[in-house]
Design a protein around this ligand. Structure first.
Ligand code: GDD
Length: 414
């Protein structure tokens, strides 16, 4: 009997220069490892990959230091019972260039299909259904797409697809004028032909670079003149030119989808993943009625090592990490509490992220109005911040190692 065709998955995790909008939280941990619903951001696409039939390997490609990922990669590999490898680029090669850079390793298992996923998107990752659709379409690649509001579409790749065949007809990356409310979700499946296509972009660039040496006029005209030949962007360099050539197809999700570029969006996505746990991992959701355990409202994750007073009231959308201590009468709503935090008696945390080893004193509050898209729409306490007793922090970002002994509002505390 012939062995089944193998599939591999690649998750693009970027690097330190890419996480700047995620500060101050990216000071401590690379953005892909920031916990959403108690699990590192990249854990969610990875556990979705586990559902792909005949998956042989998962690769994470990035330019973060290898040691930052080593521990996580070995633990997730054990948990998923799948080989997982972190592949470090020596420099950023772009979303397609990074894939191409490691083509020999990715093709070691001789896969028939390669999934490519951005790590900073939050969705239900309908990967097996996408693969089925991709095989039916018979093209080189299929991308996950979704309808969003016309106002927000310009933050993403906008596209037009054939309503009957789902072929990608037109693609523009973050256009200045509105093209379509159908956008690219950053989740793709390709046949290995993708490598030939990326290679041709590289070769064309080399040719143009040679030409430029003789024509300085062309150099002034070229929008891509500053790009090194091995830097290839999947969207501008591959998707746009291949649209309408019967190579690329779309698969539309009607489920949830968000992009995670800011701490505010990470709080929103933590809630979306917690809600999804009801169907995928109900054992990860806390329960309690205020008798022996704390009162739990809605979807809540509590790490087993956290010490929670039975009179605390927690939820909805709360994620409590390792070694956290929650005092008597504390109240937590819509927040992420990171490792080793202490929330003292009767303190309140609403619409906030509380950084590693921080302390929120008795009767104090960390709170915000909860506008995920506004700069100060959630309150963020960086690592090792102390909010003294009876101090109120509202709509503010506090950088690491600060002590607050007076209340603040709408401020960035440097
Ligand atoms: N390894 C590696 N190397 N990863 C990279 C590199 C690189 O040089 N450049 C970007 N990435 C990773 C990022 O970490 C992210 O996971 C993904 O590739 C895409 O990042 P960007 O290229 O910065 O694009 P974007 O996030 O602004 O937009 C893309 O994704 C949207 C969906 O979230 C585009 O494809 C949009 O069209 C799309 O709507």
């Amino acid at each position: 009997m012939e062995s089944p065709e193998k599939v591999v998955a690649v998750i693009m995790v970027g690097g330190p220069t890419k996480g700047t909008r995620f500060r101050p939280l990216s000071f401590n941990t690379p953005k892909p490892l920031f916990p959403l619903a108690g699990q590192p951001m990249v854990h969610h696409p990875m556990s979705a990959c586990k559902r792909i039939p005949n998956l042989a390997q998962i690769y994470l490609i990035g330019f973060h230091e290898e040691r930052e990922f080593a521990l996580y990669v070995s633990s997730i590999s054990n948990e998923l019972k799948l080989p997982v490898r972190y592949l470090k680029e020596d420099k950023p090669h772009g979303s397609a260039g990074g894939l191409y850079y490691f083509r020999d390793i990715i093709m070691e298992d001789n896969p028939s299909h390669i999934f490519l996923l951005n790590c900073d998107v939050c969705c239900s990752f309908p990967l097996p259904a996408m693969l089925e659709a991709h095989k039916r379409y018979g093209g080189m690649g299929t991308m996950l797409v979704i309808k969003v509001s016309a106002e927000s579409a310009c933050q993403f790749g906008e596209l037009v697809a054939d309503q009957a065949t789902n072929e990608l007809l037109h693609y523009t990356e973050k256009p200045e004028t509105f093209v379509s409310d159908l956008i690219n979700c950053g989740v793709y499946v390709f046949t290995p032909e993708i490598f030939t296509v990326i290679e041709s972009v590289t070769f064309n660039r080399e040719d143009r670079a040679n030409l430029r040496r003789v024509s300085s006029f062309e150099a002034l005209q070229s929008a891509t003149r500053a790009l090194p030949t091995d830097f290839v962007r999947l969207d501008q360099d591959i998707l746009s030119p291949l649209a309408g050539k019967k190579k690329l197809y779309t698969y539309q999700t009607l489920d949830f989808w968000e992009q995670i570029k800011t701490p505010g969006m990470s709080l929103k996505c933590s809630g979306l993943y917690l809600a999804q746990f009801r169907f995928t991992s109900p054992h990860l959701l806390a329960s309690g009625d205020g008798k022996k355990n704390a009162t739990i409202v809605g979807d809540v994750y509590i790490h087993p090592s956290a010490k929670v007073h039975p009179t605390a009231k927690i939820g909805p959308n709360v994620s409590v990490s390792a070694n956290v201590r929650l005092g008597a009468g504390s109240r937590l709503i819509n927040c992420i509490i990171l490792d080793d935090v202490e929330i003292k008696e009767n303190a309140v945390v609403i619409n906030s992220i509380v950084g590693w080893k921080s302390l929120v004193g008795k009767w104090s509050r960390a709170q915000a109005d909860g506008n995920y898209n506004a700069k100060l729409g959630i309150t963020i306490l960086g690592e090792a911040v102390t909010v003294e007793d009876e101090v109120v922090v509202t709509n503010s970002i506090v950088l690491p190692n600060k002590t607050l002994n007076v209340s603040v509002q709408d401020e960035i505390i440097l």
